[in-house]
Design a protein around this ligand. Structure first.
Ligand SMILES: [Zn+2]
Length: 309
């Protein structure tokens, strides 16, 4: 009887701490080796150095890619007349600030799409930092210093210590960032993580979606992922985006271009999430389970028994 109880306890412990058990074996303490990417550059794009790729979207919007980093991150510099937003900063293996300095003299506020180590810049510190005003974050911050937790950051997988952010602005969800002749709405899009936001450009309609949506495998099995929240986030964005407007994600897919999707992909994501919830869509593999969305996207989720809706 005691033995059964003990085994049960161990199983509960393993399920509860599954992310720690899952991610710890990946932790080799160093970032992966740079990729030797031979890229065909799209017109107008250029290498800043041997690491950062600058891809202008228009005269006031720049995608800054890290195609030689294994995760192929993209960050976005969004300019107004008076100030600029840097949406994500990569893992900080190289400092992104000299790149942004060649693109604007405006004061820049760093806004992470979420706190994972490949977006937060780690040891790179910014003049101004703005994060979503979520009650559990605000409650944790001491004098606006927000120490990220392992579950939020996951940097140990590549040897990055979780940083403490000095928060200058707490962004109310659904509030509007005024940049001077350009306005961005802060959209709460949890699902990949509990702290994920997207930005909606109220002028062009473009959406900057972070890890919520990009071409490739969408990770819905992270420590603070939640399938029900993913569905809610997709519903929120579907109400806001219009046909023809681009959705810029934070990781490149197989195509050597800016990770750009659209409203149809958002619809497909939304539809797939509903079908997973209603047990109408079957996945492949055990952990994570691969659910096909369309020819550009898959959702990687936990097995049904661990999914939270
Ligand atoms: Zn992420």
């Amino acid at each position: 009887m005691l033995a059964i109880g003990l085994v049960l306890l161990l199983v509960i412990l393993a399920v509860w701490q599954r992310h720690l058990l899952l991610f710890t074996p990946w932790s080799n303490g160093t970032p992966p080796a740079f990729l030797n990417t031979q890229l065909e550059l799209s017109p107008g794009s250029y290498w800043y150095d041997d690491y950062f790729l600058v891809e202008p979207i228009d005269s006031r919007t720049f995608a800054i890619g890290e195609p030689r980093y294994a995760q192929q991150n993209y960050s976005y510099l969004i300019l107004g007349d008076e100030r600029a937003i840097l949406f994500d900063a990569g893992p900080g293996i190289r400092d992104i600030r000299p790149v942004t300095a060649t693109l604007t003299d405006l004061p820049i506020t760093f806004v992470p799409s979420h706190f994972h180590f490949d977006h937060i810049g780690n040891s790179v510190t910014f003049e101004r930092v703005a994060v979503p005003d979520l009650p559990y974050l605000r409650a944790r911050a001491v004098d606006n210093a927000l120490a990220l937790t392992w579950r939020e950051h996951l940097g140990s997988t590549e040897g990055f210590a979780a940083p403490t952010l000095d928060v200058d602005d707490w962004l109310a969800l659904d509030s509007v960032l005024e940049l001077g002749d350009r306005s961005l709405r802060v959209i709460y899009t949890p699902g990949h993580t509990e702290d994920s936001i997207s930005l909606l450009d109220l002028g062009s309609g473009a959406v900057f979606s972070g890890d919520f949506l990009y071409p490739g495998n969408l990770y819905a099995f992270m420590p603070t992922s939640n399938m029900g929240s993913y569905l809610q986030g997709a519903e929120t964005l579907l109400e806001l985006i219009e046909i023809g407007t681009p959705v810029y994600g934070a990781h490149r897919g197989p195509e050597p271009v800016i990770p750009r999707l659209g409203v149809n992909d958002m619809r497909d994501l939304h539809g797939a999430l509903i079908r997973i919830r209603d047990k109408e869509l079957d996945g492949e593999d055990t952990y994570p389970v691969f659910y096909p969305v369309n020819d550009k996207l898959d959702i990687l989720a936990e097995p049904r028994v661990l999914q939270s809706w």
